[in-house]
Ligand binder design. Structure first.
Ligand SMILES: O=C(O)COP(=O)(O)O
Ligand SMILES: [Mg+2]
Length: 226
């Protein structure tokens, strides 16, 4: 349940708006292959998405979820991944069901919409554009454009500032612990989708204000709010 109807709805990208796993996994496996390392495959890459591109590449090189240092050959692997994924950012990636309709509907009734992602700007706008939803966003903030990534509240606080709204009037819609922690620390409301890349446990464990199985359920949720 939401305490009130939001003035601003900020969406996470990977695992919330877009099922980007197939293209991310293909690019990671291509990098690993070029380095003579065994491929990772979609189930493992799924768990590595969400903390930005540097962390994704580190995780792929080490196989660890929380690697300490930059493992060699990190710089080479990162450059390779950036170029490969940028060139193949939307081969198999698709909007999750209901996303296009929900964004158009929310926009039509006057909500301000943003995409606040840890994804790099080299991938984010081209991907949203290819999937036909970039024009629905009043603001797009990417991982490399903020001083800190989610779960830090900084990206959401900057987004609220951009719109000139109180953080308590903002809603974050996301798929992972990073989104919930960022929203709570910023003072945003938070709703989760269960279909994304949230690791092993269900999103209910993250204690969001609500869980929606499709973004098309958001308007009904807002109607019930004060
Ligand atoms: O890890 C990433 O690059 C993107 O993650 P996000 O869109 O879920 O914030
Ligand atoms: Mg996500």
């Amino acid at each position: 349940m939401l305490v009130h109807t939001p003035d601003l709805v900020a969406f996470d990208l990977d695992g919330t708006l877009v099922d980007s796993l197939p293209d991310l996994a293909d690019a990671i496996d291509a990098v690993l292959g070029r380095l003579g390392l065994p491929s990772a495959g979609e189930p493992r890459v799924r768990r590595w998405i969400g903390n930005g591109v540097n962390m994704l590449v580190k995780r792929a090189l080490t196989g660890e979820l929380w690697p300490q240092d930059n493992p060699p050959p990190f710089d080479e692997a990162l450059t390779m991944f950036m170029d490969l994924y940028e060139a193949n950012v939307c081969n198999r990636s698709r909007l999750f069901p209901g996303v296009a309709e929900a964004l158009k509907q929310l926009k039509a009734v006057g909500f301000r919409l943003a995409c606040v992602t840890n994804k790099h700007s080299r991938f984010t706008r081209p991907l949203l554009d290819r999937l036909g939803v970039l024009q629905d966003m009043d603001f797009v903030g990417c991982g490399d454009e903020f001083e800190k990534l989610k779960p830090d509240p900084y990206p959401l606080l900057k987004t609220a500032e951009f719109f000139g709204i109180e953080p308590s009037r903002g809603l974050m819609v996301g798929d992972s612990v990073n989104d919930v922690k960022a929203a709570r620390a910023a003072g945003f409301m938070v709703v989760c989708v269960p279909y994304g890349y949230h690791g092993g446990n269900g999103v209910e464990c993250l204690k969001p204000d609500a869980v929606v199985s499709s973004l098309t359920e958001l308007p009904a949720l807002f109607k019930k709010a004060a």
